[in-house]
Each structure stands twice: as structure tokens, then as C-alpha cells.
Design a protein around this ligand. Structure first.
Ligand code: PRT
Ligand code: ZN
Length: 223
């Protein structure tokens, strides 16, 4: 990869994290000129540019060195860390950002007699987070079948394609609407600033340290 002298931050192009992430970067003194295709936004003051992508692509872009940092849900970052092969660069959470809060939970049909994780033994659990779910099942010594779905996880029990689910929950409204009951929280999530474990040693590293300092100031004022 060619060395770059400008910092590049990946964030969600269009979704729940887009507005709050942009707002946070603005508060840190970063402003961007939006390009026509809106994939790449050039930073106006500081040497910091944005790459607008699907949230699922963010950890991979950082691991490949295409971007230096990313704003992404802890759920997406940790799923990547659970499933990435060993030769992929290690990523870390540089800061929790205080928005996009939700939890990754197991939920079962309301009429199921559920008392403990062991009751999931032998069942099929639908999820978009197979890495995190498998990790949790193993820790609980539960042998269940993980059914990986890209979306519409919450209707899998009704469709008969799974017996339980593991999905993101915020208000709990989606679970209730699908006659499901939340039983176990696997992960408390929020948007985080993700990056490589080792920061670049050139000017980009200095810029990251400056950004972290400004972020801490902004987050402190908010709390
Ligand atoms: O297109 P792209 O792949 O970028 O977007 P996406 O559709 O994958 O992501 P998006 O915008 O839906 O969510 C981005 C991030 O927001 C997630 O990765 C989480 O970190 C965070 N987040 C916070 C949530 C929620 N809250 C949330 N409630 N992500 C999804 N949901 C969904 C959940 O999957 C379920 O379907 O909302 C439903 C549950 O909400 P309640 O309020 O009914 O419980
Ligand atoms: Zn996504």
C-alpha cells in the first residue's frame, strides 16, 4: 500500500450512525466537502478525509489499511474480530462514542418455556452475528445450530426456519411485534472509533492523537 499523508476515516454512508457520526466529527473541528458520488469526502481544514461505505465493510477496510480509522457499531467490530483469520491486522476500539446504543441478545418465542441458556441445546438459532453467537454458545457449553441470515432475523421463528434468534435490540418493540422474548444479552453495543492496534508512526499518527484529544473534549462536554 502506498503511504498516504492524509488521514482517512470510514463511516456508514447511509444509516443509523451516519448523522451522529458526522455531527461528532464536525464538533471535533472537521468539515468535509461532499463529492458528487458521495463515496469520498475531502476534508476542508485538516488533512482528514472520509470514506462513506456500508457499515459491514468498515473493519475490513481498516484491517487492509485502506482507511486509518472507522466509526462503527461495537457489534460489527466484534463480529469481525471473532471471524477474521489470524493473518488479518488486529483492530481495537480506540473510543466508545456514546451513540447508536443497542444490545445483541438472544430471544425466544414468548410461549417457550425458557429458563437458562442450556434450554437452547439442540435448537436452531437465527442470527446475522454467527461469530459472536458461536463464541457465547461455546462459553455456555451449549450445543445449538447457528443459522446465519443476512436480514429479517426476527421472523425466522414464525417462518419455522429457526427456534430462537440472536439479534440487535434497542427498544424491544420489534421483539414484541414478533411475539419474542429477550432472554440473554451477549453484548452491550454503541458506536465506537475503531482502528489498528498500532497507530501509524508518520504524520497520520500525530493527526490521530490530535483527533483523540479533541474527541475526549467533546465527549466530556456531552456527559
Ligand atoms: O447499509 P448498512 O449495512 O450500512 O446498514 P445496516 O442496515 O447494516 O445498519 P443500520 O443503519 O440499521 O445500523 C447501524 C448500526 O446501528 C448497527 O450496527 C448497530 O450498531 C446500531 N443500532 C442501534 C442498531 C439498532 N440500534 C437497532 N435497533 N442497529 C439495528 N437495529 C435494528 C435491529 O436489527 C432490529 O431489527 O432495529 C430493530 C430492533 O429495534 P427495536 O427498537 O425494535 O428493539
Ligand atoms: Zn450493515
Amino acid at each position: 500500500m502506498k503511504p498516504r499523508d492524509r488521514l482517512r476515516i470510514a463511516m456508514q454512508k447511509s444509516g443509523r450512525l451516519t448523522e451522529p457520526a458526522l455531527d461528532l466529527l464536525n464538533r471535533c473541528g472537521l468539515t468535509f466537502r461532499q463529492s458528487r458520488d458521495k463515496l469520498f469526502c475531502f476534508g476542508e481544514g485538516e488533512p482528514v478525509d472520509l470514506l462513506l461505505v456500508r457499515d459491514d465493510d468498515i473493519p475490513g477496510l481498516i484491517a487492509q489499511g485502506v482507511c486509518d480509522l472507522g466509526i462503527v457499531g461495537r457489534n460489527v467490530l466484534d463480529e469481525f474480530r471473532c471471524t477474521a483469520s489470524e493473518d488479518v491486522a488486529a483492530l481495537t476500539e480506540w473510543r466508545p462514542l456514546g451513540f447508536g446504543r443497542c444490545r445483541l441478545s438472544v430471544a425466544v418465542p414468548q410461549d417457550m418455556d425458557y429458563r437458562q441458556p442450556q434450554d437452547l441445546g439442540g435448537l436452531r438459532i437465527a442470527t446475522s452475528y454467527p461469530g459472536l453467537l458461536n463464541h457465547w454458545l461455546k462459553a455456555q457449553s451449549v450445543d445449538a445450530a447457528v443459522v446465519t441470515l443476512a436480514g429479517s432475523v426476527e421472523i425466522a421463528p414464525k417462518l419455522g426456519t429457526a427456534d430462537a434468534i440472536c439479534d440487535l435490540v434497542q427498544s424491544g418493540g420489534t421483539l414484541v411485534a414478533n411475539q419474542l422474548r429477550e432472554t440473554d444479552v451477549l453484548l452491550e453495543s454503541e458506536a465506537v472509533l475503531a482502528g489498528p492496534q498500532a497507530l501509524p508512526t508518520d504524520e497520520r499518527g500525530d493527526m490521530i492523537n490530535l483527533l483523540l484529544k479533541r474527541l475526549d473534549g467533546v465527549i466530556q462536554v456531552r456527559e
